[in-house]
Design a protein around this ligand. Structure first.
Ligand code: ADP
Ligand code: MG
Length: 700
């Protein structure tokens, strides 16, 4: 028999065919269960006054009583706003208005007691209310208070059919009466006892009908926990299942290739971080476990070399490897440096990209199939189905944030037994987030740069002082060093940007004329072969200045280039700026990064530029990036395949995410495949619900 929660929504009184149809279309509410999980997005509580020092939660509406002072009008015309301080005996908050300024100015008088009502925003520990409801306090009015009420999201169409927030609330009342507490618990007794959260039934009642703020907070915590817990449980469980079912290739021996390389070819000492990381991966590869690992390391930390050495171990054990890079330039560069590093070792390396000629392509296909090729380097071209290996044992994906999830998954499927997989990124994200973004990957970190690198000095220069920058470029080139000048080209199709770049190129060519200076240009609209040609000229030192768009953002390695000039720096994101800066500081010379911005830079733009001039640490930059962008703008992360949660927010609830993961770990530590009877309910719940698709959690 099906559960009462699976009853269609039209079984509620007042929900006829038309309303049922609308609820489905507009809110995805088909069954009782769906309405139960349509949570209020805020609450109205005018039943009591809070004190300023009781404000804790940004999701909550507060009614406060107090005085207003420090009234100020800021800014000009369109950007004009009013700020004021609201205070009571326990503390103060900021008030902010952008509209209706005239009315506010007339209405507010000092010495008057006011009530304000609204939702606070917290910024650096200070709460502020933007456009709060504002009234003169009248003691006699407070006796007939409205109660505590939940407010639901609705839509225009629903509102027109009496299903506004109030209508939905009525439906919820009715629903709760009908189901009369018959809500299945999905957390096991063990987990409930450990966490001391309210039961599911209680939490759902409290989220819809809280008596006070505490109810809401308790209910929300439980529901957030639950989402994170099952998410974490699923990832960890699928890893356990993989360990049990999927046998990885065993790379047990270190043979001639690696030993000879280490003795004869390696031109420098490995950093301790490189040694540690290689050890971590060798352990995975030697045990019959299939490795699925993320290598995070700041730009220049030497990730490529780690990949290369592991490929040699693969070759020593008779397996082929491949390396996939996001751009042709980068693939080409990896190919060149691999050839240099692996000279005279008898390792066969091939390069396969979109511009490989048909004849050569066929030869490479053959060489892969016969097993003659040890290492294949390339771009997306690698995932085409025509590319078949003899025995692919190890797959490396460089700058993985540039690839879609599906593309990565295709590489995985190149073998019946999945190869070991290593994905590398220089865009670090905080560890707890890595768990949600990268699923069940293990994470290794290169947290050390090779010795002898001088930190890059970063400067902010306004465009009105561009001539000074040109002077600096001149001096740099005179010293025999090379310079990048980067222009924004965020969408490769934006002709406007292209014009801008060409103008810049002309101006630079004019200011730095031949024969004294040679200038290269590279942008996304050029033919691959031309791009490569120019890149190669610059890499060989035949040109002094490289004018480019962000196509050079990832990976490119020219140690003699010691100055990076970024035009319109305010148009770049922080992660991108950091990547670009990483193109210099690769030689022994002192390096400089110069961020040129418009004289009228926005406050946000200035914060990003300041972050860059303040620190060289990629992890620090990643954190700043998250706080500056805020939880709202997580586009980049979403593209990496981040799951969506109903009530939980991975930024706001980061602590709960950690906690939930630790609880999931402790459950699995005692029962690694959830096969014991008391965990059956957890397993069932996982099977019923889907958190992201299977493919996603599998690859990376
Ligand atoms: P990334 O981690 O950004 O991909 P690369 O792998 O391109 O960095 O390495 C940056 C540069 O540092 C390369 O020129 C590489 O040869 C060099 N390198 C790597 N490891 C070491 C080391 N242990 N000592 C000195 N130089 C190193
Ligand atoms: Mg790299």
């Amino acid at each position: 028999m099906s559960h009462i929660l699976d009853t269609p929504i039209n079984f509620l009184k007042g929900v006829g065919e038309q309303k049922a149809e609308l609820l489905k279309k507009e809110l995805g509410i088909f069954y009782f269960r769906d309405l139960l999980h349509h949570y209020p997005f805020r609450y109205v509580d005018k039943s009591q006054f809070y004190k300023v020092n009781e404000i804790k939660d940004e999701n909550f509406y507060y009614q406060l009583k107090g005085y207003i002072r420090d009234f100020q009008t800021i800014g000009h015309k369109q950007s004009q706003r009013i700020t004021a301080v609201f205070y009571d005996e326990t503390g103060e908050v900021e008030l902010l208005w952008f509209k209706g300024l005239k009315w506010i100015k007339e209405f507010v008088k000092s010495g008057q007691v006011y009530t304000i009502y609204g939702k606070p925003k917290s910024f650096r520990g200070v709460f502020s209310f933007v456009h709060p409801e504002l009234e003169i306090y009248e003691p006699q009015k407070t006796t007939n208070m409205i109660q505590f009420e939940s407010v639901y999201n609705s839509t225009e169409k629903l509102k027109a059919n009496f299903l506004d927030s109030k209508g939905l609330r009525k439906l919820c009342y009715q629903l709760f009466e009908k189901i009369d507490g018959r809500i299945e618990e999905n957390l096991s007794a063990e987990v409930l006892a450990l966490t001391k959260f309210p039961s599911k039934a209680e939490a759902l009642r409290m989220i819809h009908f809280p008596q006070n703020q505490n109810d809401f907070l308790k209910a929300r915590q439980r529901l957030v926990f639950e989402e994170f817990f099952f998410f974490g449980l699923k990832l960890l469980l699928s890893r356990n299942l993989r360990d049990k079912n999927v046998k990885g290739f065993v790379f047990e021996s270190v043979g001639d290739y690696l030993t000879t390389f280490y003795k004869n070819n390696l031109p420098f000492e490995l950093t301790n971080a490189q040694k540690r990381v290689i050890k971590e991966m060798r352990k995975d590869m030697a045990t019959g476990r299939q490795m699925n690992r993320l290598l995070q390391g700041d730009v220049g930390s030497g990730k490529t070399l780690v990949a290369l050495m592991l490929m040699l171990i693969a070759a020593d054990n008779g397996f082929q490897s491949c390396l996939m890079a996001p751009t042709e330039i980068l693939a080409q560069q990896h190919f060149n440096s691999f050839q240099k590093f692996l000279a005279n070792l008898g390792i066969q390396i091939n390069l396969l990209t979109g511009s490989t000629k048909a004849k050569e392509r066929r030869e490479i296909h053959d060489s892969l199939l016969t097993g003659k090729t040890h290492i294949l380097i390339g771009t997306h071209a690698l995932i085409e189905s025509a590319v078949q290996f003899n025995n692919l044992g190890f797959v490396v994906i460089d700058e993985q944030h540039r690839f879609g999830v599906a593309q990565r998954a295709k590489l995985w499927q190149k073998n019946s037994i999945p190869p070991h997989v290593l994905v590398m990124t220089a865009t670090p994200i905080p560890r707890t987030l890595a768990m949600t973004v990268y699923g069940d990957l293990d994470v290794s970190q290169l947290d050390e740069l090779p010795p002898g690198r001088k930190p890059i000095k970063t400067h902010h220069v306004y465009e009105s002082s561009r001539l000074r920058v040109f002077e600096f470029i001149r001096k740099t080139v005179k010293r025999g060093k090379q310079v990048y000048v980067v222009y924004p080209l965020i969408e490769e199709s934006e002709t406007l940007d292209l014009n801008f770049l060409m103008d810049g190129f002309e101006s630079i060519s004019r200011s730095f004329p031949l024969p004294e200076y040679a200038v290269s240009i590279v942008h996304g609209k050029m033919k691959a072969a031309d791009k490569e040609y120019e890149m190669m000229r610059f890499a060989k030192g035949e040109t002094d200045i490289m004018v480019a768009t962000t196509v050079i953002e990832v990976g490119v390695d020219v140690p003699n280039a010691s100055v990076m000039v970024i035009e319109n720096a305010e148009r770049f994101g922080l992660a991108q700026l950091h990547q670009l800066r990483g193109r210099v500081g690769r030689g022994d010379d002192e390096s400089n990064c110069i961020l040129i911005t418009s004289d009228k830079i926005s406050a946000d733009g200035l914060k990003r530029v300041k972050a860059m001039t303040d620190t060289n640490d990629g992890f620090r930059i990643a954190e700043l990036d998250l706080t500056l962008r805020g939880g709202g703008d997580i586009q980049g992360l979403r593209q990496s395949g981040m799951p969506e949660f109903k009530i939980a927010d991975i930024f706001r609830d980061e602590k709960m995410l950690k906690y939930a993961k630790s609880v999931a770990e402790s459950v699995l530590a005692k029962d690694n495949l959830l096969s014991l009877p008391h965990n059956a309910m957890l397993l069932n719940y996982l099977k019923q619900t889907s958190y992201g698709n299977k493919q996603w959690s599998r690859i990376s």
